[in-house]
Design a protein around this ligand. Structure first.
Ligand SMILES: N[C@@H](CCC(=O)N[C@@H](CS)C(=O)NCC(=O)O)C(=O)O
Length: 230
């Protein structure tokens, strides 16, 4: 199988954490057709046009949450959901949804407002309001110690660690304080989860992606790949 993935992409990092934690990296190659992606032609591979996408013998699977469930069902003996009760599974899904829908998605929508000279503060107010709302809910749902929920690493952690990376590193670029700052349990969790080997590996990859974006090397690489392809 092949996972179309990008270093900085939090939704891709979420699936990578799951793959690392399940120990199935040998069955999956990681790739991104750079020219295709940066020319906006990734829709030729997956109609939604977004990463991650899992390519299987039976066709492609888009959407991180769907890929996550597919991998759990494909490898039941390695699934991070193994042995969990129905309620524990529901708790994992709630946290994963908060990370996807309230945190990552709203931060993503705000990316068009990065340039302060063109920024519409009302758009930022609206989107960051939703991020704050998700963060307040997360503060109630999350464990006070250990993992996000339950006693082992789960898909809740796989979704949440990249989402918190975005909260810490991207939100300040909109001129707003990281929403983690106003929390207690989430702040402690964020400190703890960065030391987990699987999360740390993906967070380091995100940091590498962020550095490449900020120092212009990502853009250079994309330009060179596009020039070669045309
Ligand atoms: N709901 C999707 C979101 C995926 C997503 O937004 N991916 C971003 C990178 S993290 C992307 O591919 N953006 C490119 C674009 O929107 O054209 C998922 O869970 O996989």
């Amino acid at each position: 199988m092949k996972l179309y993935t990008g270093d900085l992409s939090p939704y891709s990092a979420k699936v990578r954490i799951q793959i690392y934690a399940m120990g199935i990296s040998d069955d999956i190659t990681f790739d991104l057709p750079i020219a295709t992606f940066y020319q906006g032609k990734f829709k030729d591979i997956s109609p939604i046009g977004r990463i991650p996408v899992l390519e299987t013998d039976e066709g492609i699977i888009p959407e991180s949450e769907v890929i996550a469930e597919y991998l759990d069902e494909l490898y039941p003996e390695k699934s991070l959901m193994q042995g969990k009760t129905l309620k524990e599974k529901a708790d994992i899904r709630v946290i994963s949804r908060i990370a996807d829908t309230y945190l990552m998605n709203n931060i993503f929508m705000a990316l068009s407002q990065l340039d302060p000279s063109k920024r519409n503060e009302a758009v930022i107010d609206l989107l960051m309001g939703q991020v704050e709302r998700g963060m307040a809910a997360l503060e109630k749902h999350i464990n006070a110690d250990g993992f996000a929920t339950g006693t082992t690493l789960s898909r809740a952690d796989a979704s949440l660690a990249p989402a918190l990376f975005m909260c810490e590193n991207t939100v300040p670029r909109f001129g707003r304080t990281s929403p983690i700052e106003g929390t207690t349990k989430v702040k402690d969790y964020w400190r703890r989860i960065q030391t987990n080997e699987h999360c740390k590996r993906a967070l380091d990859e995100m940091l590498r992606g962020l550095q490449a974006r900020m120092d212009g090397s990502e853009q250079k690489l994309a330009k060179a790949a596009i020039a070669k392809a045309t």
